[in-house]
Write a protein that binds this ligand. Structure first.
Ligand code: ADP
Ligand code: AMP
Length: 245
């Protein structure tokens, strides 16, 4: 069945063929259900597209979804905005609801990458319940291990393309033209919470509320620790090693 919002007759033949080829290749890949945990700026968003393409997974980043809701001024966005501006976590129920809905997407059929979720033990427990009711479970948790001292430079130099979530860095991953997205030519923005001051609260939330989530999954023996302070290509190589073992 064609999806309700796209008329397949209007899709260019080349795009249809490419999508068909992609799906044929995907059918040979194993299913994977992954969680990426790490402090802000540890590289989760940078690595996600590589894993997503390699294993044909959907990439669900709760931060990106919440920012889209804030920009669209939806009731959910209005509820989330204040906490996000201050670098605090939004309520567990709110993000669990978003993830529950998003996991129903056809693009999540072969598995998912959860980026920035779960961020509390309550979220992890609720995710377990959600997955149990669907008869699946998390395969691997990638822990982006990195010292806090490296993160301020990463966060304050980050630029992003809001529509796609693509990120750049003035020093480590500059766009071809400063301030412009390489793919679409659209303007890049700096996130309102990507300041040294808000980073302090975000790191506090990480250490207090999210680090216990790593212990939660360690008890299930599914955590892989990554050296997230290495250059991006080396981190990618480590991830590939972990996922192919
Ligand atoms: P997260 O999604 O974990 O918050 P990002 O992937 O957005 O982090 O990375 C934060 C910033 O650091 C971005 O500007 C990105 O280009 C840059 N970056 C990501 N990984 C690395 C790395 N391994 N070395 C140096 N800079 C990196
Ligand atoms: P991120 O893009 O992952 O840095 O998230 C940006 C902000 O969105 C965070 O500082 C929180 O306010 C909010 N947020 C994102 N994911 C979650 C989550 N799983 N639980 C609670 N708040 C979240």
């Amino acid at each position: 069945m064609a999806s309700s919002s796209v008329n397949l007759e209007d899709v260019p033949l080349m795009d249809l063929m490419m999508e068909l080829l992609r799906r044929m290749k995907c059918s040979t890949k194993p299913d994977k259900r992954l969680i990426l945990i790490g402090p802000p700026g540890s590289g989760k968003g940078t690595q996600s597209p590589v894993i997503k393409d390699e294993y044909c997974l959907c990439h669900l980043a709760t931060g990106d979804m919440l920012r889209a809701a804030v920009a669209a001024k939806t009731p959910l966005g209005i509820k989330a905005k204040q906490a996000m501006d201050k670098g605090e976590l939004v309520s567990d129920d709110l993000v669990v609801g978003i993830i529950d809905e998003a996991l129903k997407k056809p693009s999540c059929q072969k598995g998912f990458i959860l980026d920035g979720f779960p961020r509390t033990v309550v979220q992890a427990e609720k995710l377990d319940e959600l997955l149990k009711s669907r008869g699946v479970k998390v395969d691997k948790v990638l822990n982006f291990a990195i010292d806090d001292s490296i993160l301020e430079e990463r966060i304050t130099g980050r630029w992003m393309h809001p529509a796609s979530g693509r990120t750049y860095h003035t020093k480590y991953a500059p766009p071809k033209v400063p301030g412009v997205d390489d793919v679409t030519g659209e303007p890049l923005i700096q996130r309102k919470d990507d300041t040294a001051a808000v980073l302090k609260s975000r790191l506090e939330a990480f250490h207090k509320q999210t680090e216990p989530v790593i212990d939660y999954y360690s008890k299930k023996s599914i955590v892989a620790n990554l050296p997230a302070d290495k250059p991006p290509k080396e981190v990618t190589a480590e991830i590939q090693k972990v996922l192919s073992s």
